[in-house]
Write a protein that binds this ligand. Structure first.
Ligand SMILES: [Mg+2]
Length: 261
């Protein structure tokens, strides 16, 4: 009886060990698959910055005033790294594919509307400052306007390439910016310095023009009332693209650094 008992105990131990290992493994497996937030958990309140950026770009997040502090480095890496440039290049390439398929009347009234900041000119040297933190610090209009007056913004390569190709196709260019009229000289100087050398109109914001969607829509309406046809419209803010007279097609460039409603 002794030997079989011993055998049975060993067998039982083996079965228990195997079963417990399997249970332990499956627990680990289940744990890894557990979402880190949601359904009852609220275990990890930290923000997923990629999800935040996607929500910003799709206009699901609105009226935000600063980049969440937890995403400051993420936004900085995105803007300074390859991803931002590649994201812009894809949009501008698609815009060109669309533009070259359009039939222009040849009367000089087919226009392409470009916003300026973060659409044709990049203010990254300003936004990369420690005091600005890629938009994680609340906007300081005094230092931003001083930066505008420096006329030291950079061309956004994909947009400059598109701009040149659109002109070659026969489009007239209209720059429509929320920048105030008092900065016209600096903006003109900056545009020309980085390669945007010609345009049909450079529209800046005057007192009483309103802001955001209302301002841009009003100016686009005036353009079309003057006989221009807005064939394409490109901006980094949804407020560049929403509202009346938006154009035959709109193109949204990425901008996770600030929101203009
Ligand atoms: Mg802009």
């Amino acid at each position: 009886m002794h030997a079989p008992t011993r055998f049975m105990v060993l067998t039982l131990l083996f079965i228990l060990f195997t079963a417990s290992t399997a249970i332990a493994s499956s627990n680990i497996y289940i744990h890894l698959l557990n979402p880190h937030y949601g359904s009852g958990g609220h275990k990890h309140p930290d923000l997923n910055c990629l999800s935040w950026r996607l929500a910003v770009e799709t206009n699901n997040l609105q009226n935000w005033t600063v980049v969440p502090l937890a995403c400051k480095d993420y936004v900085g890496h995105y803007m300074l790294g390859k991803q931002y440039r590649q994201d812009v290049d894809l949009v501008t390439a698609e815009a060109y594919e669309f533009a070259k398929g359009l039939n222009l009347a040849g009367d000089g009234m087919d226009v392409w509307v470009f916003d300026i900041d973060e659409t044709t000119i990049s203010n990254l040297p300003y936004y990369a400052r420690d005091t600005v933190g890629f938009g994680a610090v609340p906007l300081n209009l005094t230092t931003f306007n001083a930066w505008l007056e420096e006329a030291a913004g950079l061309a956004i390569p994909g947009s400059l390439k598109l701009y040149k190709k659109l002109i070659a196709l026969g489009f007239k260019i209209v720059f429509l910016t929320g920048t105030e009229e008092i900065h016209r000289e600096a903006r003109t100087k900056n545009l020309k310095a980085v390669g945007y050398t010609t345009w049909e109109k450079l529209i800046l914001r005057e007192a009483g023009d309103g802001t955001g969607v209302a301002y841009k829509a009003k100016k686009r309406k005036e353009l079309e009332e003057a006989g221009y046809r807005i064939r394409g419209n490109m901006g980094d803010q949804w407020s560049d693209l929403l509202g009346n007279n938006a154009g035959d097609r709109t193109f949204k460039l990425p901008d996770p650094m600030y929101y203009i409603g």
